[in-house]
Write a protein that binds this ligand. Structure first.
Ligand SMILES: Nc1ncnc2c1ncn2[C@@H]1O[C@H](COP(=O)(O)OP(=O)(O)OP(=O)(O)O)[C@@H](O)[C@H]1O
Ligand SMILES: [Mg+2]
Length: 232
């Protein structure tokens, strides 16, 4: 245990996390005094009704939004202690993030989108292409490498976003409704890939989902309710 009381193995932790939005004279509290700790290789699902704050939580844990209260540690670094540039570098190195609405780069092909985190990390282009191609093939898109996002279906775009999040082999991957657009068979393929990576590379996964059958295959399921996470 460190002096902060966190386990040194934690890939992600947050303490007393809070988020509220000012709506005129009123303040809307979305998250309050929330605690979470994720160990290397652990797979955790977050469920909760629409509007309960799941995306807000993920965005805060991934350093994409700033908490109103509390702190987040990613790979042992406190996010608020880093400047914008260092936070970006840490994110690229340690975190894969799949947005609820994929956020692919429109002018680039599927292959180029997946290569991007590797190129930012200075991987040579031939190696980046090889690894990106292998992963896109693994998610069933080997025949769509040169398609741009506008030429892909919703589920195909989501799979490109998943491949992009995994390609750098980060210690932690956060996914916001990754299988919402996917049929059962493809969704199970993504689930199997997560299981395999958590075992072989010790990758941790934090997944927001409405799919209870997917959630139940994870190591832990937490429900976001009234600003808190409760085990179910
Ligand atoms: N920028 C904002 N300003 C004000 N309120 C916001 C803002 N962003 C989110 N909210 C509110 O915070 C609450 C949580 O939103 P969030 O997107 O985190 O929900 P969610 O659990 O991800 O829902 P869904 O399952 O529909 O994706 C909602 O009530 C939303 O209206
Ligand atoms: Mg959401």
């Amino acid at each position: 245990m460190s002096e902060l009381g966190m386990s040194d193995k934690a890939v992600l932790s947050c303490r007393n996390l809070g988020k509220s939005y000012d709506e005129g004279p009123e303040s809307v509290v979305v998250l309050a005094n929330l605690q979470l700790e994720l160990q290397a290789g652990e797979r955790v699902a977050i469920v909760g009704s629409s509007g309960s704050g799941k995306s807000t939580l993920l965005n805060m844990l991934g350093g994409l939004d700033t908490p109103s209260e509390g702190s987040v540690w990613l790979a042992g670094e406190e996010l608020s202690a880093l400047n914008e540039r260092d936070r970006g570098l840490l994110r690229n190195r340690a975190l894969g993030f799949v947005y609820q609405f994929h956020h692919l780069l429109a002018e680039f092909t599927a292959l180029e989108n997946v290569c991007m985190p590797l190129l930012i990390g200075k991987t040579p282009i031939p190696e980046a292409k090889e690894r990106a191609t292998a992963l896109l093939t693994r998610v069933g898109l080997g025949h769509r490498l040169s398609h741009k996002p506008s030429e892909l279906s919703g589920g195909e775009r989501q799979r490109v976003a998943i491949a992009r999040a995994l390609v750098n082999r980060p210690g932690l991957v956060m996914l916001d409704e990754p299988t919402g657009n996917l049929d059962q068979h493809t969704a199970q393929g993504i689930q199997d890939l997560m299981q395999e990576l958590s075992t072989s590379l010790n990758t941790a996964f934090l997944v927001v989902t409405h799919d209870l059958s997917l959630a139940r295959q994870m190591d832990r399921v937490l429900k976001l309710e009234e600003g808190h996470l409760v085990p179910i």
